[in-house]
Write a protein that binds this ligand. Structure first.
Ligand SMILES: [Zn+2]
Length: 65
């Protein structure tokens, strides 16, 4: 089964050999262990194609002090 991956920024399809995968985590998850919503850690992966990666690098360099 072919797995089609899409870039999380531009939504274009990317092949396995293209782009990078980032392991991300934040505290935007929600859980209800005792009926009260609490913030929980979320872990997810983000796929970014080479084109968007280059754009991010360019953007960061432009804004670097
Ligand atoms: Zn992209």
């Amino acid at each position: 089964m072919a797995v089609i991956e899409v870039c999380d920024i531009c939504r274009k399809e990317i092949s396995k050999s293209n782009g990078i995968t980032l392991d991300c985590s934040d505290w935007n998850g929600w859980d209800y262990p005792v009926g009260v919503p609490i913030r929980t850690e979320r872990n997810y992966k983000v796929r970014i194609c080479d084109k968007c990666k280059d754009n991010i690098i360019k953007y960061c360099k432009r804004n670097a002090r």
